[in-house]
Design a protein around this ligand. Structure first.
Ligand code: SF4
Ligand code: SF4
Length: 752
């Protein structure tokens, strides 16, 4: 690209109040010799935009430094096709959050310095940037969608995707479609009016009749290779086993664009329940799943007790609420009462959870005469054929004895199928620990728990299945990105994603189908998915300088880098989410993006006027993750809170993309301190790239040793976890760090 830099500076929204526009413009025109430098009182207005467009159309500008509001707003207004654009944030992060210093001869001096530094950074960034070219492989991309699991969620996802015009491959391991719902004869309508026959047969038929959906039953996905839009799927269908001397049927191959994992749940294992619940001691004690499966709900009975939360919400067993057991027991109780209004039906509960419209169902059960007993710890006694429940009724304050029971139904919860299997990654690491040490051991990388549950059989370096959280649900960013897994283009839905009832599963599967469609549409155009939606860049690796340290392949949270037999990274670009974590990890600094590189950020941080030590104007560099921290910093401005004029903020795609060389560069440039603002990490992480902030923390634990070696105080570097709701804390955090810097004194490398 023949770059033609131009600077456009806005004085609107209060920017011009404390910033000398002419002086600022001279930074571009005199210091950087940029021929096109214009100011406007309202750059986002029609006249301002026309000013820019005129230069672009005249061929005088194609690299635009727009010094105005935050890059998080007015994106469409300042989008000039064919141009590189950098937004210099003078509004939210200068004019709106920095106060004049009345103690100075010129109270606006520090504000002016800050604005000028940001403009310098923006200009050097544009100089270092290249226009990204979307990744377009030679082989044809597919937009077909694979749905694994033919239960209610899978059927819904398949039908929704097909209705939107996409071809679907549906793989079901059983001989028939329907999953657990095949066993459910009746369902309740919400708001509750009646119990109705299950409409599953119509749903199954609709999928079977759909020309756009190819169904494989008795089948499993034997292998998933490639990446989004280029997934090569091998499906093995169980036919008659080959006779001796005959070859097995070849696997069926399909290329697909995205995958919806709808493999469902299994009931919690009742043999693990507390012995007080009596499971296994009498055939009269069964689980809710068996009650449903065996059609007991449609048998006439006289005395039945339902015991809720059997094993659920118990830290030793199933710590979570499956959200559906209470509603299921209410349905079962109503079914029994409908067949036999004289029946004695008891529901023994810790708390009855009937959110939203399910409350109607609770009232209907009350009206039908179901007896509710609130008890935290019921006990089931078995003597011969007689089964009794003892329940200390919290409301009556006495123990109730329910004897002569035909059935005791234990309401056990739901466990995702992905939680079954072997922890492959742990096993791999154990095996690796016995091998001689490798360079990659230098940094302990957090380990994904990946179980070989035989659903996807991914050909990924990181393991064959989706990583999951502690309860076995495939991980998603629960705050911002439901359905999302750590494998791009693969979306979990239904009860494999979280415990849910059938109404929620239908909604959930519709959402997952939409996510899959969004993925194939974006990726087939070379665009990134969220949070960097639309980004056309992808990492390029200068392989001839690779030392095979394996840090990038270890640390990529999305499994976008495979590895060859010599431990070289093998990028699979359509899996990439453009977080830049590989770039931060690489000690050789050979991974970069066209519009984001170690060199670019390194140049930006150096591109400022560093005050001399005797000026007593310290400088603190803040690397702020652009997902939560940078917007939170913008919101500090929006709320007109304020912080020190001595900080300089550089946004990073993810704190995990931080390369340690930037810290060394910052200290040698003369910054007195460096702060790293990233998302929360841990089990309830909010890092948009899963563990970028955690990796940054691990890297930083190494830097404090380096600082000590250089006789620099470790206090000069601080990592802060910032959530989007931490806006009010930010000024305090910065003020406190400025005090620390004041105490440790100026960086001794400042004047070298
Ligand atoms: S670490 Fe991030 S940028 Fe690098 S390959 Fe993986 S997803 Fe892509
Ligand atoms: S690209 Fe960099 S991080 Fe990845 S293996 Fe090579 S040297 Fe290591």
């Amino acid at each position: 690209m023949d770059k033609k830099l131009a600077a456009y500076i806005c004085s609107g929204c209060g920017i011009g109040e404390h910033i000398d526009m002419e002086k600022l413009g001279q930074v571009a025109s005199k210091e950087y010799k940029i021929p096109v430098c214009r100011t406007s009182e309202c750059l986002c207005g029609p006249e301002g935009v026309a000013l820019i467009r005129k230069d672009v159309e005249a061929g005088e500008a194609n690299c635009l430094a727009i010094a105005a509001c935050s890059g998080r707003v007015m994106h469409d207004v300042f989008d000039f096709p064919g141009c590189l654009v950098d937004r210099v944030n003078l509004r939210e992060q200068v004019a709106w959050c920095i106060r004049p210093n009345e103690e100075l001869d010129d109270p606006n001096e520090d504000i002016q310095m800050m604005a000028e530094d940001y403009l310098r950074m923006g200009l050097v960034k544009l100089k270092k940037m290249e226009p990204p070219e979307p990744y377009k492989p030679e082989e044809e991309m597919s937009k077909d969608i694979l749905v694994i699991g033919g239960g209610l969620s899978g059927l819904t996802a398949a039908k929704e995707a097909s209705s939107a015009g996409y071809k679907v491959i549906l793989v079901e391991k059983e001989a028939e479609l329907g999953g657990f719902q095949k066993k459910v004869r009746q369902k309740v309508t919400l708001p509750y009016k009646q119990v109705l026959d299950n409409d599953l047969p119509q749903r199954v038929q609709s999928v079977l009749n759909d020309d756009k959906i190819t169904v494989y039953t008795n089948a499993k996905v034997e292998k998933t290779a490639g990446g989004p839009c280029l997934f090569n799927i091998s499906i093995r269908q169980n036919g008659a086993p080959p006779k001796e001397g005959e070859e097995a049927e070849p696997a069926i191959e399909h290329k697909v664009g995205a995958i919806v994992l709808a493999t469902g749940w299994k009931p919690y294992d009742p043999t693990k329940l507390d012995a007080r619940l009596g499971y296994g001691q009498s055939s009269r004690i069964i689980t809710n799943a068996v009650f449903e499966e065996t059609g007991k709900s449609l048998e006439k009975m006289d005395n039945v007790a339902f015991l809720q939360c059997a094993g659920s919400r118990d830290p030793q067993r199933l710590p979570y609420c499956s959200s559906i057991c209470c509603i299921t027991s209410l349905k079962h109780a109503i079914q029994i009462k409908t067949l036999n209004p004289e029946a004695n039906v008891f529901i023994v509960y810790k708390e009855l959870r009937t959110p939203g419209q399910a409350e109607d169902l609770y009232r209907a059960a009350q009206e039908a005469g179901v007896v509710f007993i609130r008890c935290q710890d019921p006990e089931v006694k078995v003597q011969g054929d007689s089964v009794t429940v003892l329940a200390e009724d919290e409301l009556l304050g006495e123990t109730v004895e329910i004897d002569g029971l035909d059935l005791v139904v234990l309401a056990t919860g739901m466990v995702p199928v992905t939680s079954f299997g072997v922890d492959v990654k742990k096993k791999e690491l154990e095996a690796e620990a016995e091998q001689p040490k490798k360079a990659s051991d230098a940094l302990p990388v957090p380990v994904d728990v990946i179980r070989a549950s035989d659903c996807l059989n991914l050909g990924y370096r990181q393991g064959p299945e989706l990583p999951d959280l502690k309860y076995g649900f495939p991980d998603s960013h629960f705050v911002c990105f439901p359905y999302e897994s750590r494998r791009t283009g693969i979306y979990a839905t239904g009860c494999v994603r979280r415990a849910m009832g059938s109404a929620s599963a239908i909604e959930d599967a519709t959402g997952a189908a939409m996510k899959a469609i969004q993925a194939v549409e974006a990726i087939s155009e070379g665009r990134a998915l969220h949070p960097r939606a639309g980004d056309l860049s992808y990492p390029e690796i200068y392989l001839s300088r690779c030392t095979q340290c394996r840090r990038c392949t270890d640390e990529c949270p999305f499994g976008a880098l495979n590895e060859d037999e010599k431990s070289n990274p093998v990028p699979v670009p359509t899996r990439c989410r453009r977080c830049g974590i590989c770039m931060g990890a690489c000690p050789e600094r050979i991974i970069s993006f066209k519009n984001y590189s170690v060199d670019m950020i390194g140049a930006m941080l150096k591109e400022l006027e560093m005050p001399e030590e005797d000026e007593e104007k310290p400088r603190v560099l803040i690397f702020a993750c652009e997902n939560d921290s940078y917007p939170a910093l913008d919101m500090v401005g929006l709320k007109r809170l304020n912080y020190s004029a001595y900080v300089r903020i550089i946004p990073l795609r993810c704190l995990g993309s931080l390369n340690l060389v930037w810290i060394a560069d910052a200290l040698s440039t003369g910054y007195d301190g460096v702060m790293l603002f990233g998302c929360r990490h841990g089990d309830d992480y909010q890092c948009h790239f899963v563990r970028g902030s955690e990796l940054a923390n691990i890297r930083m634990s190494k830097i404090s040793e380096t600082l000590t070696r250089l006789a620099l105080e470790p206090e000069r570097i601080r990592v802060e976890e910032i959530g989007i709701t931490d806006v009010d804390r930010i000024p305090e955090i910065i003020a406190e760090f400025m005090e620390t810097i004041d105490e440790v004194g100026p960086n001794p490398f400042k004047d070298l």
